[in-house]
Design a protein around this ligand. Structure first.
Ligand code: SF4
Length: 275
């Protein structure tokens, strides 16, 4: 099944994306504005289209690699610049630029430099590309292993297989700050991917999942950092309980604001102040 066909099929089922679960956990009020009221954004943080444009270039790189072709750097850079400029020019709301990406020109330079580091340093070792931007869905079970009416859906950035035949779930991130290993070990998105793989029947139900986070750092001299971690059946049960709690909160219409690091980039800040 193609990615588009799989996504179309998912539209017809009662589904929740792991992104929605995380959005609710991060700030219930922001979730309400975005997913319940479907308010148009008041502004756009440059981080969003920037991250999407980097993802598009990495997708192109790994899709080509799957065919045995190493995509030249200039193709990745041009794709990035085109996509970012297109999104910024198409938006009709103010764009929030950042210290390290103060305008479109400096954002494009930053992205090009990040892709250069990626291109120089990426090394899969003995692993091969199994799938790129892989859409998955699986029944969401409760913490007590009861099937709920929900399908959990998500798209894995990159699925690799190592020389011993183990699958490796890989997530791409762009970030200014360095990740700590403990943050990667606790990362719920990777646990959700592990859940989708095992509950969806792509890996044995009780197996451990090898996971990896590839982080491109937004620095004057960008860095490419890789973190390895594991998800167990216990981690997945815990994730199911967390998702169940989030869905119960949404059903009960409990939408509480959580002030924190998300607020500076929040697309609904005025609505939040007026709440
Ligand atoms: S400004 Fe902060 S608290 Fe308010 S909705 Fe946005 S993220 Fe939540």
């Amino acid at each position: 099944m193609t990615r588009n066909a799989a996504l179309a099929e998912l539209q017809n089922s009662l589904h929740v994306s792991h992104g929605q679960v995380f959005s609710y956990l991060a700030c219930g009020l922001k979730y309400r504005f975005q997913y319940v009221e479907r308010r148009p954004p008041e502004r756009l943080s440059i981080s969003l289209p920037f991250g999407k444009a980097i993802h598009a270039s990495l997708e192109r790189y790994y899709l080509s690699l799957q065919q045995g072709i190493t995509e030249p750097l200039d193709i990745l850079e041009d794709l990035f610049a085109e996509q970012l400029a297109g999104e910024i020019q198409a938006t009709d709301v103010p764009v929030i630029f950042k210290k390290e990406t103060q305008d479109l020109g400096s954002a494009i330079t930053m992205g090009r430099n990040m892709l250069k580091v990626f291109h120089e340093e990426v090394d899969l070792g003995d692993a091969e590309v199994v799938a790129v931007e892989l859409p998955l869905s699986a029944t969401l079970y409760s913490g007590e292993a009861r099937a709920t009416e929900y399908q959990l859906v998500g798209v894995i950035d990159l699925l690799l297989r190592d020389g011993q035949g183990n699958l490796i779930v890989t997530d791409h991130k762009t970030a200014a700050q360095q990740k700590s290993q403990s943050a990667v070990d606790d990362d719920l998105q990777l646990t959700a991917y592990s859940y989708l793989l095992t509950a969806g029947g792509h890996a044995p139900a009780l197996s451990n999942t090898r996971c990896r986070m590839d982080v491109l750092r937004k620095l004057k001299t960008p860095k490419f950092e890789r973190y390895d971690t594991i998800r167990t059946a216990r981690d997945r049960r815990r994730f199911a309980k967390i998702a169940e709690g989030a869905l119960a909160g949404i059903d009960a219409r409990i939408f509480v604001p959580t002030r924190g690091w998300l607020c500076s980039d929040c697309a609904h800040r005025r609505a939040c102040e007026a709440w």
